[in-house]
Design a protein around this ligand. Structure first.
Ligand SMILES: Nc1ncnc2c1ncn2[C@@H]1O[C@H](COP(=O)(O)OP(=O)(O)OP(=O)(O)O)[C@@H](O)[C@H]1O
Length: 372
């Protein structure tokens, strides 16, 4: 657990980077610091590994004031991932990952073996090990950066905008990987981003900051989206926050109708395996009394997977369907049934407003109305 206890940083030129932060970062969870550029996120992160020394106040790591710990030793026990990975350009991937184990005195063979395990853990092919960083894509470099941070199995990871230099698709993949790893490893993660979508996706606890590291709100993602502390936080969260909140709620238990029957005049067509192929529309109205024998066909079918997907995906499927019904499929993409739009909306009501959802264990949801 990390505890910031009135931790402040004023630079020699008089710039007040962080005014005096009181914050608890719970064990084994992901806490995301989010806020506008220059609000002090990186400064706060670096106070933990003593790359920045507070000018007043303290940072406690498992109860110990980090100022009293040996800085080099402290850093070896903390994984640190930065934007654009920060890999050593002259070292092969395997040796980049093995850096901290080697510093800890592991012999070369053991450190390399560990590096190969880590490569697999972050989803990179074994042959990547022999390459140099410049021979990798940006996304691959970030994965190596994460592997390097995890190499000595530190309980704490500091991540400073680790995914912001890659394109949105690669970024989403890296976020998925981090979620998967975190479900397995349960590290204490302190993650900095200026992207609220990323914060909502990754955080168990989100800390919204204003200038000078003042806390605007600390909350779990659902509470933050449903109940921003004030207008400024609401503005920072942006439009569609209600819809984005649906992405935090699983689509389960929406009653389904059989897919074989026409619905609102439209019939879902499936292939021989039962996967959807399109919507067959109703016969067109006669023109000047002459019946048309052509029907309309739509070939794109938006689907959702109950249990795995969220209410946002289910709603999207319903909105995009000409029959005004979401198409539920199993994990192999085979049709399970149709969820009429009204049933999806009922599910939204049944889930209740987000404010009623319980914060995750160990997280206190608190709204501070302003920076005071
Ligand atoms: N060495 C320094 N000397 C003077 N001011 C500094 C120094 N380092 C940072 N600052 C200032 O401290 C404030 C906080 O900087 P910090 O990098 O922590 O912000 P940030 O929220 O991480 O920003 P960004 O999102 O743009 O990376 C900024 O106003 C910055 O200009």
């Amino acid at each position: 657990m990390i505890r910031f206890d009135g931790a402040a940083k004023r630079h020699p030129d008089g710039t007040l980077a962080v005014e005096g932060l009181d914050l608890t970062v719970p064990q084994g969870r992901t806490t995301v610091l989010v806020g506008p550029s220059g609000c002090g996120k990186t400064t706060i992160l670096r106070m933990v590994n003593r790359m920045v020394e507070p000018t007043s106040g303290r940072v406690l790591l498992d109860g110990a004031d980090v100022a009293r710990l040996d800085a080099a030793k402290l850093r070896r026990g903390i994984g640190y991932v930065i934007q654009q990975a920060g890999l050593f350009p002259h070292r092969r991937v395997v040796d980049n990952i093995a850096t901290v184990p080697r510093l800890l005195g592991w012999d070369r063979r053991r450190a390399r073996k560990r590096a190969m395990e880590l490569l697999e853990l972050v989803g990179l092919a074994p042959e990547t090990a022999r390459r140099y960083p410049f021979q990798l894509s940006g996304g691959q470099q970030q994965r190596v950066g994460v592997a390097r941070a995890l190499a000595a199995d530190p309980p704490l990871l500091l991540m400073d905008e680790p995914f912001s230099a890659v394109d949105p698709v690669v970024r989403a993949g890296l976020q998925d990987e981090l979620l998967r790893l975190q479900a397995e490893l349960n590290k204490t993660v302190l993650f900095v981003t200026h992207d609220i979508e990323e914060a909502v996706r990754l955080g168990d606890q989100i800390v919204v900051l204003r200038e000078h590291g003042r806390i605007a709100q600390v909350a779990d993602p659902a509470t933050l989206l449903a109940a921003p502390a004030d207008e400024q936080v609401a503005a920072f969260l942006g439009r569609d926050r209600g819809l984005r909140g649906l992405a935090l709620r699983p689509a389960t238990d929406i009653p389904l109708r059989p897919a074989g029957e026409p619905f609102e005049g439209w019939t879902l067509t499936v292939d021989q395996d039962g996967r959807p192929t399109g919507w067959q529309g109703p016969a067109r109205a006669p023109v000047d009394g002459v019946p048309l024998d052509r029907t309309e066909t739509i070939r794109q079918v938006a689907v959702y997977q109950p249990g795995a997907d969220t209410l946002r995906t289910a709603l999207d499927s319903a909105v995009l369907s000409p029959a005004r019904a979401a198409v539920a499929v199993d994990r192999d993409g085979r049709v399970l049934g149709l969820a009429p739009r009204a049933a999806v909306l009922d599910a939204l009501d049944a889930a209740g407003p987000d404010t009623r959802t319980q914060p995750a264990a160990g997280i206190t949801a608190s709204g501070v109305t302003d920076g005071r």
